[in-house]
Design a protein around this ligand. Sequence first.
Ligand code: SF4
Length: 223
Amino acid sequence: MSETLLVNETFLSIQGESTYAGWPCTFIRLAGCQSSCTWCDTRHASTEEGTSMTLSEITEHLVQYRTPLVEITGGEPLQQENVYALMRQLCDRDYTVLLETGGFLPVDRVDHRVHKIIDLKTPSSGESERNCLENIELAAASPDSLKKTFEFKCVVACRKDYEWARNLLNTWDLTAHCTVLMGSVFGEQDPAELARWILEDHLHVKLQLQLHKYIWPPDKRRV
Ligand code: SF4
């Protein structure tokens, strides 16, 4: 039987986050997520609402978008077993592949060529107890050539979140190993205030705004 994935949507847009922000990118949003972050902005993908597609249907479908950059996101993409094979196949086809994961599941089975963007959920998400800290250990133990394929992301809704993130980064000395992104919850945390905290503390993190929410209306889908 063919390997399939439940796909919520695919679309072409400008990458809004990560060190790849600003590049045209094809997005494959997989359906389903067992978490329930308070400020989730992709609830439409958290359910099992989607279309079942074989891996070859997905790869053929992507060709129309004509980008060398592809992001697999969700929902939580790692909840579907066949996502590992899809990532491998896309890498074999010379796509630059990004994985955006909520950070509750280990990324140890993800193809080493995939660029992994891993959330570290802050307390206001309501899900910080579920962070899979083994992913930090995995990044730290990786050879230097692979460390650059890990990016950790903290989304901050308030000062308490910021301090939590700062403590976590310091405890694991994470900024010494990997790129760390710090962003603000759109409409809740003033990015200028977050920028000030980062500068005051000399944190070696990359401030990221969700670019797509500034280019288009913040609640617009498929961007
Ligand atoms: S992990 Fe991502 S998709 Fe799942 S609830 Fe949290 S923000 Fe939404």
